[in-house]
Design a protein around this ligand. Structure first.
Ligand SMILES: Cc1cc2nc3c(=O)[nH]c(=O)nc-3n(C[C@H](O)[C@H](O)[C@H](O)COP(=O)(O)OP(=O)(O)OC[C@H]3O[C@@H](n4cnc5c(N)ncnc54)[C@H](O)[C@@H]3O)c2cc1C
Length: 269
């Protein structure tokens, strides 16, 4: 274990909570913020930047009410325990899919969500706080990982000492990168890669980036696209796993991808 990247971890009581939609807002093209309330949020905690809840949605496209649900993972973007009127939780949803046909039960539900609608969530089961010895950071995120990237940027800001950070954002539509507007400041570089060749350009940018002994890396997004990045960092550069946090948030062509599955099938470590 590299001491510099040791992380404080905590477990939380695993509870299922019923939440009610209070309001919705577009936070960037193709992304909607849903603010939930409800007494069940009492005691909710998600202090880790890459924490996630399991949210339960009606199976299918939401047009039939067969009663069955599917679980999908979402990043608690913000929790306000002391909001006027009771605790509030924001989850930000990518409305993936095209021309009004939203690409999965969660995206379909979020696209149609109205105040008063309800869902249940479970978790987070546990939290990992940021390593304390970070000297610089590199974040790689697609649309689905923008909420986690924003939470990492907030956590790094809160750490006291400024941490020079590069964020490589890979998105279909460059306008979606506006999600991180407001997070730019000195010592921080936000680079957006849009278009069909974005994965290759991100790989190139990562190879050009300065990675020192104190550089922490967080990479999340489409699982297959992360394989070459992970191989470069872990195999070619030989970085320890504590220094490189890689998480497949979804997998092209797979519904309900399990992020516990190894990103690289050839290397389960
Ligand atoms: C720890 C963690 C945190 C996450 N946080 C967030 C978050 O804060 N916000 C967020 O929007 N997502 C987040 N995700 C990703 C989200 O869980 C997946 O995108 C999920 O598959 C969406 O469910 P769905 O029902 O809409 O689609 P599914 O039924 O799972 O998939 C249907 C089809 O859509 C495709 N698909 C799934 N997701 C996407 C996508 N993002 N873009 C394009 N195609 C897609 C699949 O490949 C499949 O072909 C997170 C995932 C993890 C593991």
């Amino acid at each position: 274990m590299t001491e510099r990247f040791a992380r404080e971890r905590m477990r939380h009581e695993l509870r299922r909570r019923a939440l009610t939609v209070l309001r919705t807002a577009e936070v960037a093209p193709g992304m909607v913020r849903i603010t939930f309330g409800g007494g069940d949020l009492e005691g909710f905690a998600a202090p880790g930047p890459a924490d996630h809840v399991k949210a339960f949605f009606p199976a299918g496209d939401g047009s039939t009410d067969g009663g069955s649900t599917v679980a999908r993972d979402y990043t608690p973007r913000a929790f306000r325990p002391d909001a006027q009127g009771g605790p509030e939780l924001d989850l930000d949803f990518v409305l993936h899919g095209h021309a009004g046909a939203f690409g999965g039960p969660a995206a379909a539900w979020a696209a149609a969500a109205q105040p008063g609608d309800t869902i249940e969530i479970g978790g987070p089961r546990g939290s990992a706080l940021p390593p304390r010895g970070i000297e610089s950071a590199i974040l790689v995120a697609d649309e689905s990982a923008l909420p986690a990237a924003a939470r990492w940027l907030e956590a790094l800001d809160a750490s006291g000492a400024p941490v020079p950070t590069t964020v490589l954002i890979g998105v279909e539509d460059a306008a979606t990168a506006a999600y991180l507007a407001g997070y730019e400041h000195e010592g921080r570089e936000l680079r957006c890669f849009a278009g069909a060749d974005r994965d290759a350009r991100i790989a190139e940018a990562l190879r050009d980036a300065e990675i020192g002994e104190g550089t922490f890396l967080f990479l999340a997004g489409e699982s297959t696209a992360l394989i070459p990045l992970r191989r470069y960092l872990r195999r070619e550069l030989g970085l320890p796993k504590e220094q490189v946090d890689v998480s497949g948030y979804w997998k092209r062509g797979t519904a309900g991808h399990d992020h516990h599955a190894p990103v690289d099938p050839d290397d389960a470590d």
